[in-house]
Design a protein around this ligand. Structure first.
Ligand code: HEC
Length: 128
């Protein structure tokens, strides 16, 4: 009986490790999307391509939302939650600025999105 419980516990631990690995891989995927869209949105704003920039801003919002949820679930994630929220809110502000074709505001908001990267990387990169 005791050994069977030991086996069950081992299986649960192994399953936990698989879930953890998957979420790190998923996390890296969100980061690569954020990296790509962070550059693309700035380029689109610079050439005043509102449609592309707005689409990029939407993807940034969705990705930062996933990142925020990831950190909400962690004990050490308070700063990271705040930074991902900031990234999402700034991406929303880009979209609002584009709706009124205010490219200069869209640009300053996109810089604020980019300013969330380094503080979070300093604190949490690499993921344990
Ligand atoms: C809320 C915290 C947080 C924010 C904000 C954040 N990152 Fe990250 N990022 C991380 C962490 C943590 C890792 C390390 C993941 C790991 O160890 O696999 C990472 C890794 C990455 C990677 C490497 C992904 C890979 O494939 O290994 C890239 C690229 C990246 N971030 C780009 C960005 C850019 C660009 C921004 C800003 C626009 C940004 N990140 C904002 C937390 C954040």
């Amino acid at each position: 009986m005791r050994s069977r419980m030991g086996l069950a516990a081992t299986l649960v631990l192994a399953a936990g490790a698989v879930v953890a690995t998957q979420s790190v891989e998923e996390f890296d995927g969100w980061m690569r999307t954020i990296d790509e869209k962070n550059q693309s949105v700035q380029q689109a704003i610079a050439r005043q391509d509102a449609a592309t920039a707005a689409a990029d801003a939407k993807v940034l919002q969705a990705s930062f939302t996933l990142v925020e949820r990831f950190w909400v679930a962690r004990d050490d994630g308070r700063e990271a939650v705040a930074l991902s929220r900031e990234g999402r809110e700034r991406a929303e502000a880009i979209e609002r600025a584009l709706e009124v074709k205010d490219f200069s505001r869209a640009q300053s908001e996109s810089i604020k999105v980019a300013e969330t990267c380094t503080p979070c990387h300093r604190l949490h990169r690499p993921l344990p």
